[in-house]
Ligand binder design. Structure first.
Ligand code: ZN
Length: 142
């Protein structure tokens, strides 16, 4: 039966029946994301103690490998651009919020002025209309 194993092809870790995956060293496995050029944005199960120097060989990809080098480079480059963009944004963030707040204030004030102007124009328009109607009535009166 080859088909039965396909559904849990990428979840073979060491389950204990509680929905979590455990490492060979006994700790809960964490899903991490690889950002290497060979495997950009590919999630994998890694040993939580890997950084602390435990020589644990737990490593298992969650996602399928990208179909070709083109996609790999594309995603890798996108990530590079995003991360540099993010850093620049963070640096600018403080200045930006202040100037944006000022802009918003200006816009709000402009809106108020426009609204009061609109009211004035509305009244003028109604007055003109009344005058016109009166004129027409007088002009065409028998
Ligand atoms: Zn481990």
């Amino acid at each position: 039966m080859a088909s039965s194993s396909s559904s849990n092809r990428y979840s073979t870790g060491l389950g204990r029946g509680d929905g979590n995956m455990y490492c060979y060293c006994g700790d809960k496995l964490k899903v991490r994301t690889s950002w290497t050029k060979a495997n950009p944005r590919r999630r994998f199960y890694g040993c939580p103690n890997y950084a602390s120097g435990k020589k644990c060989k737990m490593f298992q990809f969650v996602d399928e490998e990208l179909p070709n080098q083109y996609y790999k480079e594309l995603i890798f480059e996108m990530h590079e651009q995003c991360s540099t963009f993010g850093k620049e944004n963070q640096l600018k963030h403080d200045e930006d919020t202040e100037s944006k707040q000022n802009q918003l204030k200006k816009i709000m004030e402009d809106l108020k002025v426009t609204k009061s102007k609109m009211k004035l124009y509305d009244r003028l328009f109604v007055c003109c209309l009344i005058v016109c109607v009166c004129y027409v009535m007088v002009a065409f009166a028998p």
